[in-house]
Design a protein around this ligand. Structure first.
Ligand code: SF4
Ligand code: SF4
Length: 182
């Protein structure tokens, strides 16, 4: 026996279903927010922190001076490096390794680097089936590019090299290297 209350509930239920179909239909006509990666490329922010690289100066020399600040500041201790020195007294890393399996992409190393050598890029496709392949050695990290900062050269600014050919041409004032700021 249909009571008035039951009839009311049936009408409300049918109304709810029709409303739901209407709302879903509205969304179906809206612009799609989901990006069909990897079929379509993803546009990432310039501040995105992905794969780490070691950049070079415009003249092709290494920027890293093996100061070790990045390794000290890294909260998960995933950077290991060993300093060496060339005939000009320039420091460079003989060994530079980053364990990307431990890296949390915090960007602290990039912040701490006085020579802008270490930089985080937009490359996020780092997955691998082998944990060993995530131990990036120097030749994996070093790129022939200035990265985000094209004209900066730590040794030209600081004039620290004993025989820096650019010293005569460079008009920029030496920076206070102890401030750790570029
Ligand atoms: S991004 Fe953070 S965790 Fe990764 S190497 Fe740099 S300091 Fe370490
Ligand atoms: S902080 Fe920069 S210059 Fe110093 S060791 Fe790290 S990458 Fe090299």
């Amino acid at each position: 026996m249909f009571t008035l209350k039951k009839i009311k509930n049936i009408i409300i239920s049918i109304g709810t279903i029709i409303r739901s179909i209407y709302l879903v239909g509205l969304q179906a006509l809206n612009k799609r927010e989901t990006i069909l990666y990897p079929d379509k490329p993803i546009c990432l922010s310039d501040r995105f922190r992905g794969k780490i690289v070691l950049t070079k100066n415009q003249d092709g020399t290494e920027r890293c001076v093996a100061c070790g600040l990045c390794a000290v500041v890294c909260p998960v201790n995933c950077i290991f490096l060993q300093k060496s020195e060339d005939s000009n007294g320039r420091w460079y890393p003989k060994i530079f390794q980053i364990n990307m399996a431990r890296c949390i992409f915090c960007g602290f190393c990039e912040e701490a680097c006085p020579t802008l050598a270490i930089q985080l890029t937009k490359d996020f496709e780092l997955s691998s089936y082998s944990r060993n392949s995530l131990l990036y050695k120097k030749h994996d990290l070093l790129v022939s590019s200035t990265g985000k900062y094209h004209s900066y050269n730590f040794y030209h600014k600081s004039k620290l090299l004993k025989s820096n050919k650019c010293n005569n041409k460079c008009k920029a004032k030496p920076v206070d290297t102890k401030s750790l700021l570029p």
